[in-house]
Design a protein around this ligand. Structure first.
Ligand code: ATP
Ligand code: MG
Length: 558
């Protein structure tokens, strides 16, 4: 079941905490951070965290840091950093001079580790990784103490120093916090703080062969940067006692407060970077910015605006309980935004030729069309009208039901901005396929209304056969057939029909001069955006979203 997004900005519990902290004088201002691991492109879930962290900083006059969590030397981080910065900026946020890298703190983290050892709160453990796992116990059974737990401070200092110097192989020793092997919270059972990895790091090169673990790095990075509120997702709730323990033991300044919130889950997609990477690597999609991907880059290429994404993040709010948000809400947000800002145009995705037999051959006449039905400031344009035009195949039926108000033999329909036409003939090939339709037009109806006041219910869109230009149009559907593809093997639920390519659509002549990422409403069809694959002689459009709003429908039923 989908949950309705109930939390608005006003009831954001994190704001309540901050308000109290400011009122009590605990803080005089706030500092937040967005700390991505640069191991993939950012997705819509990250957008929630970005809007939250940068949004709080903006609203409280504080600041938000961008910090790359680059502590794992096995990862290829460099190639993702650019895209992350681009996406945060595109969403409308700015970290100013506050760009940091967790690896910048390696020296200080090492000093903090020494401090812990000197306090008798950390030790070098020489169990193998498998033994450490085995000694840890389970959720129901306490762990057992490592036989190395009571090494002397001197021995620990010496061994840790030798670890740093590279005297041991990967996995031979680790540094562990000395907390409580019987703690009901498994995280607190002497967690590993440092491990040996003989690998060079993109930023620190070969300086280190021991690398700090996430739990050790994160709280201290927050503290070193003066973060006041360290906002993370719910999975880190069990790590909070460790976050606080480490700061308590070694950090003298003010301590940041960790606050957890529910991560965004969106229907019909997956959000983990590991899974998104698989889609890219296995060629299910064309890349991280494939318009079907829930990545910021994918949504941008699809035609989403930063405003629509920010609006979505506001509407889903911030809560303490995990839930699944309906993809239709995201679509609703972009539809509302584009409805206000996208210029209208006519495009025919599946053309059917119409010959207006009483219209003079070779004549071209220009009809005036508004670029936006409600916003006159967006101006008008002139569209060429000719004897041969294209209409949508779906807008014609040879043998229609009574309620079909579009074109059919003997029936009259309005061509948007142009004339009323009546169908007189249907032309077929030898196999009986309709190849063109013949009509007559009423010259008295320019602009679309009849002087005698006769009622014509249907209005259809069209383009001039001679003047329109061909375009490729890519229609997208959900990438997965299941609402929650994470239940089970997500690769089994890939929607084979998530992409439909139409190669012979026709668009208005003015589309000759469009730029990548320009957005339009194709009247009666949907919102579309110019794909960067567009070249001088090939126009490519992506459908951002269809016109029909399934979210509004859901809301009306509730
Ligand atoms: P993934 O599981 O996709 O790899 P992650 O949590 O490992 O995500 P990070 O790069 O570590 O990704 O995340 C950076 C920040 O974004 C973290 O603070 C994290 O809590 C937040 N974040 C990640 N995914 C979501 C989500 N689905 N909803 C809200 N916040 C998220
Ligand atoms: Mg992570």
């Amino acid at each position: 079941m989908m949950d309705r997004p109930a939390n608005t900005e006003a009831s954001n519990f994190i704001r309540n905490i901050i308000d109290e902290d400011l009122a009590s004088g605990k803080h005089t201002g706030i500092v937040t951070r967005f700390p991505p691991e640069p191991n993939g492109y950012l997705h819509i879930g990250h957008a929630k965290s970005i809007c939250l962290n940068f949004g709080l900083a903006r609203d409280y006059g504080g600041r938000c840091h961008l910090r790359f969590d680059d502590t794992n030397p096995t990862r290829d981080y460099e190639k993702y950093m650019e895209s992350i910065m681009e996406d945060v900026k595109w969403l409308g946020f700015d970290w100013g001079e506050h760009l940091y890298y967790a690896s910048d703190y390696f020296d200080q983290l090492y000093e903090f580790a020494i401090k812990l050892i000197k306090k008798g709160k950390a030790y070098v453990c020489s169990l193998s990784p498998e033994e450490i796992r085995e000694y840890r116990g389970t959720l129901t059974e306490p762990g057992r103490e490592s036989p190395y737990r009571n090494r002397s401070i001197e021995e620990n200092l010496e061994l840790f120093e030798r670890m740093r110097k590279g005297e041991f192989a990967d996995g031979e020793h680790v540094l562990r916090a000395k907390i409580d092997m019987a703690s009901p919270n498994v995280v607190m059972r002497d967690p590993t703080l440092y491990r040996i990895r003989h690998l060079s790091h993109p930023r620190t090169g070969d300086k280190w062969c021991i690398y700090p673990m996430y739990d050790f790095t994160h709280c201290l990075s927050d503290a070193l940067e003066g973060i006041t509120h360290s906002i993370c997702t719910l999975e880190f709730e069990n790590n909070r006692p460790l976050y606080e323990w480490i700061l308590e033991e070694v950090f003298d300044g003010p301590h940041p407060q960790q606050i957890e919130f529910a991560r965004l889950n969106l229907s019909y997609t997956v959000m983990s970077k590991r899974k998104l990477l698989r889609l890219v690597e296995e060629g299910v999609v064309r890349g991280w910015d494939d318009p079907r991907m829930p990545t910021i880059a994918g949504l941008r290429r699809r035609g989403y605006t930063p405003e629509a994404i920010r609006d979505f993040c506001d509407r889903i709010g911030v809560a303490k309980a995990n839930s699944m948000v309906d993809y239709a809400l995201l679509e609703h947000c972009v539809r509302e935004d584009l409805n206000a800002r996208a210029e209208r145009t006519m495009a025919v995705l599946k053309p059917l030729k119409v010959v207006i037999t009483n219209y003079p051959e070779g004549q071209v006449e220009y009809v005036e069309a508004a670029n936006h039905p409600q916003d006159p400031s967006m101006g008008t344009r002139e569209i060429p009208f000719t004897r041969e035009i294209y209409i949508e195949q779906d807008d014609f039926m040879e043998d229609p039901p009574k309620k079909f108000y579009r074109l059919a033999p003997g029936r009259e329909v309005r061509l948007r901005f142009a004339y009323l036409i009546t169908c007189t003939d249907v032309i077929k090939d030898e196999e009986g396929n309709i190849v063109e339709v013949h009509c007559t037009y009423d010259p008295e109806t320019k602009g679309g209304s009849a002087p005698d006041g006769r009622k014509v219910k249907g209005t259809i869109h069209w383009v001039s056969a001679e003047h329109s230009i061909p375009a490729e149009v890519r229609l997208y559907d959900h990438l997965f057939t299941e609402e929650n593809p994470d239940e089970g093997d997500f690769m089994e639920y890939i929607n084979p029909k998530s992409l439909e390519v139409i190669t012979d659509a026709r668009v208005e002549p003015r589309m000759k001069s469009v730029k990548p990422l320009e957005r339009f409403q194709f009247e009666r069809v949907g919102y579309f955006c110019v794909d960067p694959d567009t070249t001088e002689d090939r126009l490519v459009f992506n459908r951002t979203v269809a016109l029909r709003d399934s979210w509004a429908k859901i809301q009306n039923k509730l």
